[in-house]
Write a protein that binds this ligand. Structure first.
Ligand SMILES: Nc1ncnc2c1ncn2[C@@H]1O[C@H](COP(=O)(O)OP(=O)(O)OP(=O)(O)O)[C@@H](O)[C@H]1O
Length: 248
């Protein structure tokens, strides 16, 4: 697997405080990578740097051989990187399919968007099927449950055809069933995308993660398969906040 995303010696300082302090990270094409770490470890800052929201103090971020240094957010999106936010971005009055359609056509001029569109494009149809919301296609997004809304947001990324998806705590606040469905959805999406997921839910990780990167105080503490990471005493101490002998 060739590396799609390469981060080298990354440093991000806020008024002298190093939120990211020398991170090296390599994510291969087609990987489903989980990023974990205690509060304040630097996970969101790392995603913010990749997506052009935060400028690194030093270091390099390379995506598909192209440097992301100094690129604005919309340029990063155009290069094929999509992300979800912890706050929702769906239009509640528009239907599920209209939200997908709008996201799929975000690069087109407004006049083309306003023109009456007939039927569902193949891209939108496929995304609708992947996120499992076919039965709610014509319902306003405002009536969706929390989980369904998260899936719609993932669908709104997929229709833009990204190579790399960055998902920030996709199962936060979800029911058990919704978490399970999301795990299946991520596994499905990872078949033809590279996916990086920030997640805290250990049970979810045990079920769906293969490679896990643990961040702590702005550096990579441990990286490896989920069993090795969980068994690592450093992870148990800093991430779970307890000593090995107390850990489950
Ligand atoms: N814009 C900012 N200005 C100053 N400090 C910041 C800024 N953004 C983040 N930080 C600090 O950088 C550190 C890393 O924050 P970050 O949000 O990346 O952590 P995180 O691992 O995503 O944590 P959480 O799990 O709580 O979301 C924290 O100490 C945070 O307070």
């Amino acid at each position: 697997m060739s590396a799609l995303l390469e981060i080298r010696d990354l440093m991000v300082a806020f008024d002298g405080f190093k939120a990211i302090n020398g991170v090296n990270l390599s994510v291969g094409e087609g990987e489903l990578r989980f990023l974990i770490g205690p509060n304040g470890a630097g996970k969101t800052t790392l995603i913010d740097v990749i997506t052009g929201l935060t400028k690194p103090t030093s270091g390099t971020v390379t995506f598909a051989g192209t440097s992301l240094a100094g690129r604005k957010e919309h340029k990063v999106v155009r290069l094929g990187i999509g992300r979800t936010f912890q706050t929702s971005v769906v239009f509640e009055e528009l239907s599920v399919v209209e939200n997908l359609d709008l996201a799929a056509n975000f690069r087109r001029p407004l006049v083309a968007l306003l023109r009456q569109r007939r039927g569902v494009t193949e891209t939108v149809g496929r995304a609708l099927e992947t996120i499992g919301l076919q039965d709610l296609a014509d319902s306003p997004a405002g009536i969706l449950s929390h989980g369904q809304r998260q899936w719609l947001e993932i669908g709104m990324l997929i229709v833009q055809g990204p190579r790399l998806l960055l998902l920030d705590e996709p199962v936060a606040g979800m029911s058990k069933d919704e978490r399970e469905r999301t795990g299946e959805l991520l596994t499905e999406i990872a078949k033809d995308h590279t996916v990086i997921v920030i997640e805290h839910d250990m049970e979810f990780l045990r079920r769906y993660a293969s490679t896990v990167t643990v961040l702590h105080e702005g550096t990579v503490l441990v990286e490896g398969d989920v069993a090795a990471v969980q068994a690592d005493p450093r992870v148990q101490e800093v991430y779970l906040g307890r000593k090995k002998e107390d850990a489950a």
